[in-house]
Design a protein around this ligand. Structure first.
Ligand code: ADP
Ligand code: MG
Length: 325
């Protein structure tokens, strides 16, 4: 498998001012030393609770946020080393789809203008070629040509997200970050949009970092899944392996939190319910999951576990836990 994108020890810290006079300054490690790869044509699902740093990671990978440290290699090119012009060129191949298609589409632009924008920005094609492309795209996202003259406000949530997807695909990108692209949609519309994305992935062959807090959505669309917890990746594996034999105690708890009946008493005992997440749980040393973990011992409070191969498929299944081998 060919690597399209390699994220190497990427961190993004925010400085936050606290206290009544906002004088106390602390560092929030939204993304803390994260490394992973995305192969050509695959969808890597990124899952974790709200606030764990998924959006920050997605934005930093695209360099929409400046990283605090670390680097991203896209087709072997270091993004950190690229300046304005070269970065703009490479951006053509990297697109983002956001959660809320209403705020990501300009309300004052018609659908036609919205879909033409990427061609203008990157000076691609003649006017008639652009027209042909946007007609093709509109047809692909199953919307009639009459919608070209409409504005985002005239569209339903699902239709807006289909336009946002069409816009992201306009310049045939190699890589897309989709940040909770169906979370704002009704459940009935969700699977329609997911199917559309899957069929485009087959047809156009792009790779995707698909972010969601919803395991069921991630399961539907991903080839591999990465689980994030308070700024770090705790487990990464092929989808089937992650769902059939989760190894990190946090992944197990997440899977258990998916509402479904548990009749099996043995299984119930094996897992546990998570205490609510508290920002104070970000531990300066050791494992971030320490205070919520049933397996925690002293080493967990002292040493941060690294992501390493585990089980009988160590190349494909990596876990960051002192107690998983
Ligand atoms: P997720 O997408 O998983 O919900 P985010 O990446 O949005 O998480 O946020 C991760 C953490 O970073 C949160 O604690 C959030 O409050 C914080 N954060 C995000 N953006 C900023 C910012 N611009 N300034 C300060 N803190 C931020
Ligand atoms: Mg988010």
């Amino acid at each position: 498998m060919k690597t399209l994108l390699k994220v190497s020890s990427l961190s993004k810290y925010y400085t936050v001012k606290e206290g009544f006079f906002r004088k106390k300054v602390s560092i929030l490690k939204a993304v803390d030393d994260v490394s992973f790869e995305i192969f050509s044509g695959e969808t890597l699902g990124l899952v974790g609770e709200s606030g764990c740093g998924k959006s920050t990671l997605g934005r930093t990978v695209l360099r929409l946020n400046e990283a605090t440290s670390g680097d991203i290699f896209f087709k072997g090119i270091s993004l950190a080393s690229l300046g304005g012009g070269d970065l703009r060129k490479i951006r053509r191949s990297m697109q983002m789809i956001f959660q809320d298609p209403y705020s990501s589409l300009n309300p004052f632009m018609t659908i036609e203008e919205t879909l033409k924008e990427p061609f203008y920005v990157h000076s691609v094609g003649t006017s008639s070629e652009q027209d042909e492309c946007i007609r093709f795209l509109l047809d692909k996202v199953r919307m009639p040509l009459s919608y070209l003259k409409r504005y985002p406000k005239d569209l339903s949530g699902g239709q807006r997200q289909r336009i946002a997807i069409a816009r992201a695909l306009a310049l045939k990108p190699d890589f897309i970050v989709a940040d909770e692209p169906v979370s704002a949609l009704d459940v009935s519309i969700q699977s329609e949009v997911l199917q559309l994305l899957s069929s485009f992935k087959e047809e156009f062959g792009f790779s995707c970092l698909f972010i969601s807090h919803d395991l069921a959505v991630v399961e539907q669309i991903s080839d591999r899944v990465a689980v994030m917890y308070l700024g770090s990746l705790v487990e990464i594996a092929r989808k089937e392996d992650l769902f059939s034999s989760p190894k990190h105690p946090y992944t197990k708890a997440l899977l258990e939190a998916v509402p479904r009946p548990v009749y099996d008493e043995e299984r119930r005992k094996k897992y546990f319910s998570l205490k609510p997440l508290d920002e104070k749980m970000r531990s300066p040393l050791g494992c971030a999951f320490y205070s919520r973990c049933p397996l925690a011992t002293r080493i967990c409070s002292e040493e941060k576990p690294m992501l390493k191969g585990a089980g009988n498929n160590p190349f494909n299944h990596k876990v960051a836990c002192h107690h998983v081998t």
